[in-house]
Design a protein around this ligand. Structure first.
Ligand SMILES: NC(=O)c1ccc[n+]([C@@H]2O[C@H](COP(=O)([O-])OP(=O)(O)OC[C@H]3O[C@@H](n4cnc5c(N)ncnc54)[C@H](OP(=O)(O)O)[C@@H]3O)[C@@H](O)[C@H]2O)c1
Length: 340
């Protein structure tokens, strides 16, 4: 039998719960069922990402919403167990962007990307340091952020999948880095990977005052993973010509109604500081030279030990729902990945 994680009930508002998922078993597919062009794959590692919460309401985020009674899907890496396609072969390591949270399943081989088995690179690294969150950091910071040495950058969720890479790239580019995270342990980690200053937003008191204390002259770049009141407080602390990279709104994902969405009050400072707010969406940039550049730069930095990457790994596909819930109280410490 194959084990899978299924969406049991939609979550239209508020926090998701374990009871919104079910773990069930279906007959394991066999190689005899393969049609031409298909492959049978066994996932090794599942990526767990904040955007999945939106999809649990049935609505599209970057991609379509989930449907009740069907397996949860997201990026994963897998081994090919059998193939009826010349594109992939038994034993190949592959990436599936809309992979099922199911221990084995049949898929069109054209939906898979072959990955190299490389020395010094664990298969899970393709969801971690070489995965979507790192690419988001690279694209947002390096391409859209136009960093200059000596500038000051502020990063939220600085110990998370995206944030930890932004912190390290910013240091490598010679910026003064301020990281923000939700526990003292995470704050320590953010300093260890190079942040010049870091603080815990859950204990710092008034956000605007804490930002002013960390960056008395203001910030040149804000890499925003959380949106909401923290973004509003940053607007009060911008330098002239500042750039805000709008990457995520984690603080607003579990609100119970549209009325509860935080409304920004300080947008005037975009005008008075001639600042720019740029939204980023990496999904359209994977088949681009920017992605090739990312893979080349980050794998070299990682191999040379110049970039570290912390993973929050849970063991067993049945833990995947908990891993998703953990993103919303900050229990995950590092990029969330489930080992199947
Ligand atoms: N635009 C794109 O193309 C793109 C692509 C990938 C990811 N993203 C976005 O990037 C952001 C980071 O993603 P990630 O995968 O790296 O996740 P992550 O940072 O590893 O995990 C989410 C973190 O959010 C923080 N958090 C949870 N609830 C919060 C709240 N109410 N207020 C403030 N912070 C809260 C927690 O960290 P603390 O303990 O520090 O609070 C938690 O660990 C997400 O918003 C995601 O949607 C965007």
């Amino acid at each position: 039998m194959a084990t899978r994680v299924v969406l049991k009930t939609y979550v239209k508002s508020g926090f998701a719960e374990l009871s919104n998922f079910s773990i069930d078993h279906v007959p394991a597919p066999s190689r005899d069922q393969l049609k031409s062009g298909e492959a049978l794959i066994r996932p090794l590692y599942l990526s767990v990402d904040p955007h999945q919460r939106g999809r649990m309401g049935g609505q599209s985020t970057y991609v379509g919403g989930y449907k009740t009674g069907e397996p949860i899907t997201n990026y994963l890496v897998a081994r090919v167990a059998a193939s009826a396609s010349s594109a992939v072969h038994e034993g190949d390591l592959v990436y599936h962007g809309e992979g099922k949270w199911q221990t084995e399943y049949i898929v069109k081989a054209s939906d898979l990307t072959k990955l190299p088995d490389q020395e010094g690179i664990n298969p899970r690294d393709y969801l971690g340091v070489l995965g979507v969150t790192s690419f988001t950091a690279f694209y947002g910071f390096q391409v859209r952020g136009c960093p200059k040495a000596g500038e000051t950058i502020l990063v939220t969720s600085a110990a998370g999948g995206v944030g930890q890479i932004v912190v390290q790239l910013a240091k490598i580019h010679g910026l003064y880095v301020i990281g923000v995270a939700g526990s003292d342990e995470k704050v320590e980690y953010v300093k260890q990977i190079g942040a010049d200053k870091a603080f815990n937003y859950k204990t710092c008191g008034d956000y605007a005052t804490a930002i002013k204390k960390a960056a008395p002259e203001g910030v040149d770049m804000y890499f925003d993973n959380v949106g909401g009141p923290f973004l509003d407080a940053v607007l009060l602390n911008l330098k002239n010509g500042a750039r805000i990279i709008g990457c995520g709104i984690t603080s607003q994902k579990n609100v119970t109604s549209a009325n509860e969405q935080y409304g920004l009050k300080n947008l005037f400072y975009l005008i008075s500081k001639e600042a720019t707010l740029v939204g980023i969406n990496v999904s359209g940039h994977f088949n681009s030279p920017i992605h090739d550049e990312f893979v080349s730069q980050i794998s070299n930095l990682y191999r040379e030990g110049k970039v570290k990457f912390k993973i929050a790994e849970l063991d067993g596909i049945e833990k995947a729902p908990q891993a998703l819930l953990d993103l919303y109280d900050g229990t995950n410490f590092g990029k969330s990945i489930v080992k199947v």
